[in-house]
Design a protein around this ligand. Structure first.
Ligand code: LRH
Ligand code: MN
Ligand code: MN
Length: 430
């Protein structure tokens, strides 16, 4: 039986907060009205906003040193979508789930689709996995997958990606995201150009198998598991590969995959300009691919990224429709709580960016009024738009306070009894 959070509990918890929410919403509405912004227009945008949840993010993460399994964590894709439904029922901005194959083991895709439909969930981008060997695998990925010097290993990796497309079709997905661990650990280990050529050849075979209404998203990452070089180390190699492949190939930006202090919002702008922005994996990081909760460390950076995205939306940039998704590892928190917080954090950045007075900003930019340019952004960023997020959830039948309602429901305690620990890591990340 599928475990859910009772709608009556959500209503009961909301009833306790409703009058305070209305007061705060009214006060914020008055404040925005002075800037000629209609709060209900902004709330309608918040209601439309969607960000996908990664199936692997619902399991407890870990590091290469240890993993501390959480109580009642999901043991398979069925339980992962059960948890995803809880996140969406409370947050109402996460109606899509992004699967990872073969971490997510599925025998019958039509049964999975039926179950996800019954949970009001859709499927986002399909993630392939050629960065580890599966039991009994004939040709190892130890020295790479799509760029391996062995043609047999490359063929295996290509076929897996083609299989992912077929599975995605059954689920109603429209995107394949390819991230590979290919690279090298020692200077001289790999011939840079030949390796990139092999990668591009393999990707061309995958691109050829793409339905005409699909996109192929390429994810770059500077290091790990390869610690000297990676095949698609940054957005430069990424966009080169995407340009070489064709218009259905685009670049995906995972916030944790850059060198520290890189100006990610500027990369986003460049990708938008050349119609190559495919999507995002949102998370936060201090040192590397830390996969911390979105906005937990650098909320201003996240806002500045959305400033670029909203600017593109405002200008009506042709072909602009990036996928938003979370990609995080929750090692010490309940993943459901972290994912709800993170979805709201990204939604917050989007809403705050909508408050930027764009004609005014353009005028300041034209006049080189650097201080007022900065203040225009800061004014929007510093506006506490919490009542808008809460009202958007409330109007869609979600929780005014998702975390408090979730805790009140004791969901984790209940599923803890129904899901005895498997000991394994549902996601594969350790
Ligand atoms: C690589 C990555 C990529 C994988 C996911 C599990 O670090 O960000 O998106 O598919 O983690
Ligand atoms: Mn990622
Ligand atoms: Mn990553």
């Amino acid at each position: 039986m599928t475990q859910r959070i009772d709608k009556s509990l959500i209503a009961e918890e909301n009833a306790k907060l409703e009058s305070y929410l209305k007061e705060d919403y009214q006060a914020l509405g008055n404040q925005l009205a002075r800037k000629n912004i209609n709060i209900d227009d902004i709330t309608a945008k918040a209601e439309e906003f969607q960000i996908a949840v990664p199936s692997w993010g619902t399991g407890t993460g870990g590091t290469r040193f240890a993993r501390f399994p959480g109580e009642g964590e999901p043991r398979n894709i069925w339980e992962k979508i059960e948890d995803s439904a809880v996140i969406n029922d409370l947050s109402h901005c996460t109606e899509r789930v992004s699967p990872h194959f073969p971490w997510d083991k599925v025998d019958d895709f039509s049964e999975l689709k039926q179950t996800s439909d019954s949970l009001n969930l859709k499927w986002d981008s399909i993630n392939s996995n050629t960065f580890q060997d599966q039991p009994g695998q004939e040709h190892s990925y130890k020295y790479g997958s799509l760029a391996n010097t062995s043609a047999a290993a490359r063929d295996l990796a290509i076929q897996h990606n083609l299989d992912c497309i077929e599975w995605g079709k059954e689920l109603g997905s429209k995107t394949l995201t390819v991230w590979v661990g290919d690279g090298s650990n020692h200077p001289g280990q790999q011939h840079f150009q030949s390796a990139f050529e092999r990668y591009l050849e393999s990707m061309k075979s995958i691109y050829a198998g793409l339905p005409s209404d699909w996109e192929l998203h390429i994810e770059h990452k500077m290091f790990e598991p390869a610690f000297y070089s990676t095949i698609i180390q940054d957005w430069g190699s990424n966009i080169l590969a995407a340009m070489e492949l064709g218009p259905q190939a685009k670049s995906l930006v995972d916030l944790g995959h850059h060198a520290p202090n890189v100006n990610i919002e500027m990369i986003v702008s460049r990708l938008i300009q050349f119609k190559k922005l495919g999507g995002f994996h949102f998370n936060d990081s201090k040192y590397g691919d830390d996969d911390l909760d979105s906005g937990s460390l650098h909320p201003y950076q996240q806002f500045l990224i959305f400033n670029e995205l909203v600017d593109a939306e405002y200008r009506g940039q042709e072909g602009f429709k990036p996928n938003y998704m979370l990609d995080q590892s929750h090692n010490v928190t309940d993943p459901i709580e972290s994912l709800m917080n993170s979805a709201a954090s990204v939604q917050r950045s989007y809403i705050a960016a909508l408050l930027v007075n764009r004609p005014q900003l353009t005028e300041y930019q034209t006049n080189n009024d650097a201080l007022m340019c900065s203040n225009t952004l800061k004014n929007a960023f510093n506006t506490d738009i919490s009542p808008i997020l809460a009202m958007a959830r409330f109007r869609k039948g979600g929780a005014i306070d998702p975390i408090a309602t979730y805790r009140k429901a004791n969901y984790r305690g209940i599923v803890g009894k129904l899901r005895p620990s498997s000991g394994g890591n549902g996601s594969g990340i350790v």
